[in-house]
Design a binder for this molecule. Sequence first.
Ligand SMILES: [Mn+2]
Length: 388
Amino acid sequence: MQDIEAVRAALRAQRIETPSWAYGNSGTRFKVFAQEGVPRDPYEKIADAARVHALTGVAPLVSLHIPWDRVDDYAHLAAHARDYGVRIGAINANVFQDDAYRLGSVTNPDARVRRKAVHHLLACVDVLDATGSRDLKLWFADGTNYPGQGDIATRQAYLAEALAEVYARLSADQRILLEYKLFEPAFYMTDVPDWGTAYAHCLELGPQAVVCVDTGHHAPGTNIEFIVAFLLSRGRLGAFDFNSRFYADDDLMVGAADPFQLFRIMHEVVRGGGLDPAAGVNFMLDQCHNIEPKIPAQIRSVANVQEATAKALLVDAEELAAAQQAGDVLAANAVLMDAYATDVRPLLRELREEQGLAPDPVAAYHASGYAERIRAERVGGTQAGWGA
Ligand SMILES: [Mn+2]
């Protein structure tokens, strides 16, 4: 039997970070659909993130994206976040939306473009300093569309060079989260396509470089829980970018496409001690809400992570180990499936009520009048969105 008090304590202690860009307008390469009440600046995005935290009690961090969230005074923005009861989380560097980056950023054949990209990454470390953030998240759109377009090995050397320069700039309490993605926007070769490449670069850099697993960035059928277990066991699982995919990088609400996969991932996290803050795993959402209302979609995503975590915590580790040791295939599988089949929603409702929260945070959001208020107040100005 699992110690239910330990399960409750772990769920109370879990922290989930939401991304500033989830509150702005987003879309596909075909269309961005604007929504009423969307934030006009990073201050309003933080207000929305704070609303998600106020209703869930477990989302006190918000990731920024630079330059989308560029402000003159980052310390002021961090103070604004604190006033709203949240903190600035990971700083996401954007080196993919400038014309100069057509052939890549840190792996561009032109040394001047590589310099420009590294300069931006170093400026993002300044943002870490100003906001007190720990993590610099690096995802590169770099790659090639055609065989022969670029030299793969040379580009790897450029990448290592850029990462080393940024790594050298980190303070002792700061980290690089290196994110990988199988393909897109490059369609032939991507410079950081998989966890192995990210892991190898992190090993070269040192202990403050860790891998970010974006759950949407794999080929269909990839065993993501294996990647999680491996990286965690080596102390290199730095973060998740949680989202969900059906076909490619769909950026849907986490757990929407495959809640069983999310459970399997969280099982490896729990089993490997990844819920312990000392393990340094940052549980972030990386999602875009193109057609659905944004704040309730974030709340739903937070709840989905909580549900998968609760089920993973309910796995009877002793019984599982005994069945595995005995070679009892069916019993071992049954231990996992029993936990997965448990309806943990009553437990989560109870935990929220114990913390003085409404048991159903989405319903509480709809009843709060916040959506009506931001629709009325946020009139005029330019809505935040991709490229804003
Ligand atoms: Mn991501």
